[in-house]
Design a protein around this ligand. Sequence first.
Ligand SMILES: Nc1ncnc2c1ncn2[C@@H]1O[C@H](COP(=O)(O)OP(=O)(O)OP(=O)(O)O)[C@@H](O)[C@H]1O
Ligand SMILES: NC(=O)c1ccc[n+]([C@@H]2O[C@H](COP(=O)(O)O)[C@@H](O)[C@H]2O)c1
Length: 283
Amino acid sequence: MRAATWKGPDQPYVFPSHRISRQLRDDAKTPVVLVACGSFSPVTYLHLRMFEMARDYIKHQTQFEVVGGYMSPVNDEYKKPGLLSARHRVNMCSLGTELTSNWLMVDPWEGYQPRYQPTAVVLDHFDHQINEVLGGIETSTGDRKRARVMLLAGSDLINTMSEPGVWAPADLDRILGRYGTFIIERAGSDVDQAMETLTPWRDNIYLVRQTIQNDVSSTKVRLFLKRGMSVRYLLPNPVVDYIEANGLYLDDGPNSNTSPATENTTASPSQAPPVLQMSTLAS
Ligand SMILES: Nc1ncnc2c1ncn2[C@@H]1O[C@H](COP(=O)(O)OP(=O)(O)OP(=O)(O)O)[C@@H](O)[C@H]1O
Ligand SMILES: NC(=O)c1ccc[n+]([C@@H]2O[C@H](COP(=O)(O)O)[C@@H](O)[C@H]2O)c1
């Protein structure tokens, strides 16, 4: 197995690139690398499925060609409720991607940093690694094309982009103007309203509808685990085994009374745990 296990910030960092397609299949297309930023505490099948939905959409409806996909688990300093250490989250994402997919990877870089890294900085990191360090993607004639790094996110995340104080305006301009995003529709998040505020960047925002609705969330999974209920078939089996072997999520975990922190900004009220979901399960 080639799963990148957590080595810790003291070990030399190596950018994972073992599953990047280094050559374009269709020279006319623009290579794209999908990057999902999030807590992944723990990673679920829905997180993995987001990449497949985006790849199908890209294949059938755009002039892009997907050459790689990454999960980037957020730094511990994000301090969101239920956020387990980056070590465990990276290990779980590695098990989930390496054992269930042939193209997805996990980058531990965010977790290795001494502090929280805003999403714009994370996308800059990927852009640098793929286009400067690796030199982009080769065409059939041996030329090299820059890959577009694009954010992959659920519609709840895009909704926070229209809320004051959560994202620095310069960061939004970099994320949506320079990079762009694929948004996976999420039940309960009205994306149309958010899109109105984001119209300056609408050409760089692609909305992917979920034709088979799946509303698994990490919050619900954590609640099941805390109550001793099964989460099998909501997450990849190796991740379930890892959680059991390490006795994870048996209590509320770290940051249970805090809101997530972002570098430049105040925390978003919408990032608090979903009260409706909690109370629905609390009977
Ligand atoms: N059911 C879903 N539908 C669409 N997008 C989702 C879904 N679950 C998670 N995502 C997206 O996956 C990314 C990472 O999510 P995150 O790790 O915060 O998962 P989560 O399940 O929302 O976590 P939590 O329940 O802890 O808030 C975010 O962009 C989020 O919008
Ligand atoms: N200002 C910012 O860069 C900013 C604001 C809010 C969320 N985020 C990112 O979005 C992701 C959100 O993850 P959660 O949905 O788990 O809270 C995290 O990776 C976080 O870093 C970034």
